[in-house]
Write a protein that binds this ligand. Structure first.
Ligand code: PLP
Length: 435
């Protein structure tokens, strides 16, 4: 292969200096495998980045994208529309919990989060409560990197350099505790951590708070589970004080927990939900915000004359090609029973992950559905071990995500048990080295 000039592309969330010293490049993908330009096989234990539960290079999606480009490659959705966005919105409404059935489209999870924040503000203003401008989020939260999501973030590196531009967000405590180490399933204790929300309402005045954002399972920070009853308690407190509850399901959506959405898995329905990534099986950037019917109606009813009811939208909102990719992906999930497959494969996956517990460097193992994390004992520089081990794993033929000292594993739902075993064996081999 010709040498690649790497000077010009500024890689995101990457140490560019280190990357240029040891480039780790994917040239091709199929099923649950990537290949480097040199032809080395790398098992994909992260569905790319939680994006591709149906595996890579799905012919059905490629065909749908091609056909859509030739039929209608682009239209704006400002005062115009294409048929397939309505079809997609209807399909999503059918998959979502009852009542969450008004769909706003964007291109990334970050856009979905910021759109959801604006919809919350517009709703409160429409019902005469425009003073509700503050949000509540949680320590260790990740809600994308636009300024709204950066404000919600509970991860210090994602905020530190940008603090001058962030808005008013108050953080609840995260839900991890030492006593949960190596436990399976939702922690039995810790539901009372939701009472932080009530405390915040009392301290700041509930009438100043628009909504509370949580990832039902905090994904990017390393798969932190909600204690039993925790989400239910958040729901009750949000209702008591008139706050909107927003679930950020950018990772947990589309079967990752074994149900279509974590909301259904945990039996708690939010007022708004964000989703992205697996919506198109990762093929075309797309995200969505699902909104409760009456929230949209309130915003629509409050608008005067013929102005747009919500002054918000993107050039690529509901891009026809993204809609086609999403419809084809939803067909695959349905026709191949992939959410059910995720549920069935989960115990095998979690057992395999827990078989790593006695290896050196392993501090904790967590997981739910088809997402899990191995938390490493911090090294001399806490928070650096994950990316170090991530680089070693690539050399050994495994791709996963690392955050701080956590390795995050989220295989595609189509992963065979033999491939799953192969992924765990590579992890065992690398973690087994005592150095
Ligand atoms: N919200 C959550 C929960 C996420 O995990 C992510 C990305 O990982 C985002 C939002 C942002 O999505 P994107 O990177 O597509 O902007």
């Amino acid at each position: 292969m010709n040498a690649i000039n790497m000077e010009h592309h500024w890689l995101p969330f990457t140490n560019n200096r280190m990357f240029r010293e040891e480039p780790q490049i994917f040239a091709r993908a199929e099923g649950v495998r990537y290949w480097t330009p040199e032809g080395q096989e790398i098992m994909d234990a992260a569905s790319g980045l939680f994006c591709c539960p149906a595996g890579h290079a799905r012919r059905e999606i490629a065909d749908a994208i091609h056909a859509q480009v030739m039929e209608l490659d682009y239209t704006t959705h400002f005062q115009r529309a294409a048929p397939n966005s309505f079809r997609l919105a209807t399909r999503l409404a059918e998959l979502l919990p009852a009542g969450l059935n008004r769909i706003f489209f964007g291109s990334s999870g970050s856009e979905a989060v910021d759109s959801a924040m604006k919809i919350c503000l517009a709703y409160h203003r429409a019902r005469g409560q425009g003073q509700r401008t503050r949000f509540v989020s949680r320590n260790w939260a990740y809600h994308g990197v636009n300024l709204g999501g950066t404000s919600l973030a509970g991860m210090v590196n994602n905020r530190r350099d940008f603090s001058g531009a962030t808005s008013d967000v108050v953080h609840m405590r995260h839900t991890w505790s030492d006593e949960q180490r190596f436990s399976l399933g939702q922690p039995e204790t810790g539901a009372d951590l939701a009472d932080d929300l009530e405390e915040i309402c009392k301290t700041y005045g509930a009438e100043t708070i628009a909504g509370v954002f949580v990832e039902p399972i905090a994904g990017s920070v390393g798969v932190i589970l909600p204690p039993q009853g925790y989400l239910q308690r958040l729901r009750a407190i949000a209702d008591k004080y008139g706050l909107l509850l927003i679930f950020d399901e950018v990772i947990t959506g589309f079967g990752r927990t074994g149900s279509a959405f974590a909301a259904q898995e945990f039996g708690v329905t939010p007022d708004l939900m964000t989703m992205a990534k697996a919506l198109t099986n990762g093929t075309v950037p797309m995200s969505a915000v699902a909104v409760r019917t009456d929230i949209q109606q309130t915003v629509i009813d409050a608008a005067e004359g013929d102005r747009p009811e919500l002054f918000h939208g993107y050039t690529y909102s509901a891009h026809p090609v993204a809609c086609a990719a999403a419809l084809a992906s939803l067909d695959i999930y349905r026709d191949h029973g992939l959410f059910e497959r995720a549920k069935a494969l989960s115990p095998v996956f979690l057992d395999a992950l827990h078989s790593l517990r006695n290896l050196p460097h392993v501090f904790d193992i967590r997981g739910y559905g088809m997402m899990g994390a191995v938390q490493l004992t911090p090294g001399a520089k806490p928070g650096m071990k994950g990316s170090l081990v991530q680089r070693l794993l690539f050399r050994e033929g495994l791709h996963l995500k690392a955050t701080g000292d956590a390795l995050i594993i989220a295989p595609a739902f189509v992963t065979g048990e033999d491939d799953l075993a192969r992924m765990i064996e590579i992890l065992r081999r690398v973690l087994g080295r005592a150095d």
